[in-house]
Design a protein around this ligand. Structure first.
Ligand SMILES: NC(=O)c1ccc[n+]([C@@H]2O[C@H](COP(=O)([O-])OP(=O)(O)OC[C@H]3O[C@@H](n4cnc5c(N)ncnc54)[C@H](O)[C@@H]3O)[C@@H](O)[C@H]2O)c1
Ligand SMILES: [Zn+2]
Ligand SMILES: [Zn+2]
Length: 367
C-alpha cells in the first residue's frame, strides 16, 4: 500500500513528508493504522546525527493506533484493537527477560538498530529501494507494520494521544522514578530537563512521595509548566545550580538527581548536585561516541551511585496498562502533557516547538 510518512534522508536536513510503499504484515507482524505519535527528542537525535542510524529512515517511536490487519500466527491482537506501540520488544526467553529486565532484551537489538523488522528485512520502500524503520516502530507515518510483540493492547475509553505518550515519555520518566531509582517517600529530587521525559520523572517522583522536587531547565517557560506537574521549585539552568540545590537541601544536595537532556557537561553538573550517598540517574541520551567526565574519587569517597535508566526499567506489558490505569484514576495528568497537537505535515514545526522549550509534549494526530 502507499502511505504518507516522514523520512530523514540525510543527517542535518529537515524531515520530508513523502509517499512510500508499505508491504503487508508477514508472520508474527501487525499492520496498525497510526492515530497519534509523540514528538520525542530521541527522534531529533537522528536528525542531528547524535544517534547514528542507517538512512533513509522513518522516525517516530512513541505511538498508538488501531490494528488494521494481522499476519499469520498473530494471536496477541486482532483487527480493531487499540494498541500502544513498544519500541523495545522483548523475547521473553533471553537472559535479561528471564532476570526481570525485559527492557534490556538482547534478542532483537541487532535488527532493531539495523532499522529492519525482526527477520532482517524492511516493509518500507521507495522506488523499490529499502527505507528503514526506527526502533521497529517508524510511526511518523499513516500506517506501520510492527512485530506483534510491539503491540500492547489498550482500552478504547482512553484517548489514543494519551496512549502514544505512554509508549515512550511516560514509561521512561515515571519508570525512572519508580523502577530505576525507587525514590523513597520524603526524598529530595532534582530533575534536569523538563521535556516530556523530565515532566514524567516529576510526576513519578510525586507518586513516590518525594517532598521536594526541584526542576532545572534553560527555558524560562518550563518553570510554570514543571510546577503544574508537581515540581515544588524551579531553577534556571546555569553554573550556580549545584550550590542552589545544596542551599535548598540543608547543605547536602539532592537525594536523587535525574538528567533528562543528554548533555555530558550537564551530566557532570548533576553529579555535583547529588548529596553524598545519593543517586544520579542518567535518562537523557548523550551523543554516540561522547564521554562524560565523572570524578571517580568523589564517587568513591562520597559513595555516590550513578546509574542509567533505559525505557524506565520497564516491563512494558505490565507497565503500559498500569500507567493507563493511573491516568484513568487521575494519578497521572497526561491530558496536560499533550500540550500541542499537529498534522504530520507540521512535523518540523513540532520539533522547533520542542526545541524552544515552550511546550510540554507535542503530538502528531492522524485521521
Ligand atoms: N533513557 C531512555 O529510555 C529515553 C527515552 C526517551 C527519551 N530519552 C532521552 O531523554 C532526553 C529528553 O527527551 P525529551 O523528549 O524530554 O526532550 P525535550 O527536548 O522535550 O526536553 C529537553 C528539555 O531540556 C531542556 N534543556 C536543553 N538543554 C538544556 C541545558 N543545557 N540545561 C537545562 N535544560 C536544558 C530543554 O529546554 C527541554 O525542556 C533526550 O536525550 C531523549 O533522547 C531517553
Ligand atoms: Zn522517546
Ligand atoms: Zn529477551
Amino acid at each position: 500500500m502507499k502511505i504518507k510518512a516522514a523520512v530523514l534522508n540525510q543527517v542535518g536536513t529537515p524531515f520530508t513528508i513523502e509517499t512510500l510503499d508499505l508491504e503487508p504484515p508477514r508472520t508474527g507482524e501487525v499492520l496498525v493504522k497510526v492515530k497519534a505519535a509523540g514528538v520525542c527528542h530521541s527522534d531529533y537525535h537522528l536528525r542531528t546525527g547524535d544517534t547514528k542510524h542507517v538512512l533513509p529512515v522513518v522516525p517516530g517511536h512513541e505511538g498508538s493506533g488501531i490494528v488494521a490487519e494481522v499476519g499469520p500466527g498473530v494471536n496477541r491482537v486482532q483487527p480493531g484493537d487499540a494498541v500502544v506501540l513498544n519500541w523495545a520488544p522483548n523475547c521473553g526467553t533471553c537472559y535479561y527477560c528471564l532476570h526481570d529486565r525485559p527492557n534490556l532484551c538482547t534478542t532483537y537489538v541487532g535488527p532493531l538498530w539495523a532499522g529492519t523488522m525482526l527477520d532482517g528485512t524492511t516493509r518500507l520502500s521507495r522506488d523499490g529501494a529499502p527505507v528503514y524503520h526506527f526502533s521497529g516502530v517508524a510511526c511518523f507515518a499513516e500506517y506501520v507494520v510492527v512485530p506483534e510483540i510491539s503491540c500492547v493492547p489498550m482500552t478504547h475509553d482512553i484517548p489514543l494521544e494519551v496512549g502514544a505518550l505512554v509508549g515512550c515519555a511516560v514509561t521512561t520518566g515515571v519508570g525512572a522514578a519508580l523502577n530505576t531509582a525507587r525514590i523513597k517517600p520524603g526524598s529530595s529530587v532534582a530533575v534536569f530537563g523538563a521535556g516530556g521525559v523530565g515532566l514524567s520523572i516529576i510526576m513519578g517522583a510525586r507518586l513516590a512521595g518525594a517532598s521536594q522536587i526541584i526542576a532545572v531547565d534553560r527555558a524560562e517557560a518550563k518553570g510554570a509548566i514543571a510546577l503544574t506537574f508537581g515540581a515544588t521549585d524551579f531553577i534556571m539552568a546555569g553554573p550556580q545550580v549545584p550550590q542552589t540545590v545544596r542551599d535548598m537541601t540543608e547543605g547536602r544536595g539532592a537525594d536523587y538527581v535525574f538528567e533528562a537532556i543528554g548533555i555530558p557537561a550537564v551530566q557532570e553538573q548533576c553529579l555535583e548536585t547529588v548529596r553524598p550517598g545519593g543517586t544520579l540517574v542518567l535518562v537523557g541520551v548523550s551523543p554516540m561516541g561522547s564521554s562524560t567526565n565523572l570524578p571517580g574519587a568523589v564517587i568513591t569517597r562520597q559513595e555516590k551511585t550513578v546509574t542509567g535508566s533505559y525505557y524506565g526499567t520497564a516491563h512494558t506489558t505490565r507497565d503500559f496498562p498500569l500507567y493507563l490505569d493511573m491516568y484513568r484514576r487521575g494519578l497521572l495528568d497526561l491530558d496536560r502533557l499533550v500540550s500541542r497537537t499537529y498534522r504530520l505535515q507540521e512535523l518540523n514545526e513540532a520539533f522547533a516547538d520542542m526545541l524552544s522549550g515552550e511546550i510540554a509534549r507535542g503530538v502528531i494526530l492522524f485521521d
